[in-house]
Design a protein around this ligand. Structure first.
Ligand SMILES: [Zn+2]
Length: 164
């Protein structure tokens, strides 16, 4: 039974690999929703599979959490994600009642294609505007998780640089 942030992140990483392999081009990103020490739901990125720009791993996991719990919100839950969540997923976590997000690889660990490249980071905005609602903790197994993605120094072909 996973009991620490590291355990849950390891599980999320294993789920990403089991579902999508280790090729960064297949976006092996996974998320797990945990409430009171128990897994509620999990998900992997399905944007390409579902032709759905919103099917990020975190959204897939939150939808599954709603279905599993029969409630709109998983109040007080922790969301584990192998990659720093984007603005959409961070906001969705707030609406879903998630009180804590723990992520693996952060934007400094991966290729710039994964994050908006402007001076304003959505995450900074959210941590500032919603700091009473949501705690963000990054860098859990950062190197192990980052190994699943394109790295800052990788020469990624333009056609593979989809930020989804
Ligand atoms: Zn996202």
């Amino acid at each position: 039974m996973p009991s620490s942030d590291e355990d849950w992140m390891r599980l999320a990483r294993e789920h990403a690999i089991a579902s999508k392999g280790t090729d960064p081009a297949n976006t092996p990103i996974a998320a797990i929703v945990v409430l009171d020490g128990k897994e509620v739901a999990r998900g992997v990125n399905r944007t390409a599979e579902d032709c759905d720009a919103t099917a990020h791993a975190e959204i897939v996991a939150l939808r599954a959490a709603g279905a599993a719990s029969g409630a709109i919100r998983v109040e007080g839950a922790t969301l584990y994600s192998t990659l720093q969540p984007c603005g959409m997923c961070t906001f969705a976590s707030i609406w879903a009642g998630v009180s804590r997000i723990v992520y693996g690889a952060g934007r400094d660990n991966v290729h710039e294609m994964y994050f908006e490249d402007r001076h304003l980071s959505t995450l900074d905005y959210i941590t500032d505007a919603y700091k009473d609602d949501l705690e963000l903790a990054g860098g859990m197994l950062a190197e192990e998780c980052a190994g699943l993605y394109f790295r800052p120094w990788d020469d990624v072909p333009e056609e593979e640089q989809a930020n989804d």
